[in-house]
Design a binder for this molecule. Structure first.
Ligand SMILES: Cc1cc2nc3c(=O)[nH]c(=O)nc-3n(C[C@H](O)[C@H](O)[C@H](O)COP(=O)(O)OP(=O)(O)OC[C@H]3O[C@@H](n4cnc5c(N)ncnc54)[C@H](O)[C@@H]3O)c2cc1C
Length: 283
């Protein structure tokens, strides 16, 4: 018998129906989007739930809406859909670059942005790219909707600010405007690699002076992190080779990297600085 045959999977056809199921502890199921994280977890010994609520058939979750200043990306949008969504590429290039690096084509076709964020792995590729937008997560429950800033969404290792009765509806992501974005993923291979360190940045520069900088790293701490010290250091300064050297050093001094089977803390510290250098040299 396959894993999914042992689970009572509900397939609500409307958001209201899904929210109603999730509102009641007796009908609530583990939320299931593309299943690319959950199926692996269940196969490797994580307890299989009695019930699951599939989000796959909910049309509202799979939409992208381009608005004046920001873009609403539905939680059910797949990585492949992001890669194909050409009209948003110039507004969110780091996110698109991140989506392109998730697994391989099969995983991108099934894995969703909401699943990547809610799974809350420190190595989730899209998290740093989401963070540098300064955007937020829209959550819904029968009680209503609420918006959580992305920099407060990941609260700890594999933990997010969402209640069991809530479903992530979408991400509200400000457009980059005149800023430049960059995404780099460092792993052992170019494809199908879990990252050792990854970085996303959104930096605005005018007449050679950095107006604002948002830089985020993944895979170096229990949650994705913004490099607040480096961002503050850079703001208002002229971009020079010396500034780049100093920012690289500051990043290496201020990150608090973890060590695990994929990489040592020393390597992650060194690469963090190099990725900050890369983001600045890209300007
Ligand atoms: C071979 C392979 C390679 C992979 N490579 C990468 C990689 O390179 N980079 C990377 O980042 N990831 C990778 N992954 C992990 C995975 O594919 C992604 O994290 C994917 O985006 C998960 O999305 P999903 O829709 O499949 O999530 P699911 O497995 O359906 O769900 C994941 C978690 O999110 C929750 N969830 C899903 N949707 C919602 C919602 N709308 N609201 C609230 N909670 C929700 C679920 O309850 C669950 O806890 C890989 C996986 C595999 C199997």
């Amino acid at each position: 018998m396959s894993i999914t045959e042992t689970i009572d999977i509900r397939f609500p056809k409307t958001l209201r129906e899904a929210l109603r199921l999730q509102a009641n502890a007796n009908t609530r199921g583990k939320l299931l989007a593309g299943g690319t994280d959950l199926m692996v977890q269940w196969a490797s010994g994580v307890p299989v739930p009695e019930r699951a609520t599939s989000l796959w058939d909910l049309p509202g979750l799979c939409e992208i809406e381009i608005r004046d200043d920001d873009i609403l990306v539905g939680a059910g949008v797949t990585h492949a859909f992001l890669v194909e969504a050409k009209p948003i590429h110039r507004h969110l290039p780091a996110l698109i670059a991140a989506a392109r690096t998730v697994g391989a084509a099969q995983i991108q076709a099934r894995g969703t942005l909401g699943g990547n964020a809610a799974n809350a792995s420190p190595a989730g590729d899209t998290a740093p790219a989401l963070l540098v937008t300064g955007g937020s997560v829209l959550l819904a429950s029968l009680a209503g909707t609420r918006e959580v800033p992305l920099d407060r969404f990941w609260t700890g290792y594999r933990q997010i600010d969402a209640r069991p009765d809530e479903i992530i509806l979408a991400f509200r992501l400000p457009k980059k405007g005149t800023a430049k974005e960059r995404f780099r993923k460092i792993g052992t291979r170019k494809a199908q690699a879990i990252s050792k360190v990854m970085a996303a940045s959104r930096i605005r520069i005018r007449n050679g002076v950095i107006v604002s900088a948002a830089i985020a790293l993944g895979s170096i701490a229990p949650t994705p992190v913004r490099l607040a010290d480096v961002e503050t250091f850079l703001a208002g300064k002229k971009l020079t080779p010396r500034l780049i050297n100093e920012a690289e050093k500051l990043a290496q001094e201020t990150v608090k990297p973890i060590a695990d089977i994929r990489s040592s803390a020393e390597y992650r510290r060194w690469v963090s600085g190099r990725l900050v250098r890369d983001a600045l040299e890209n300007l």
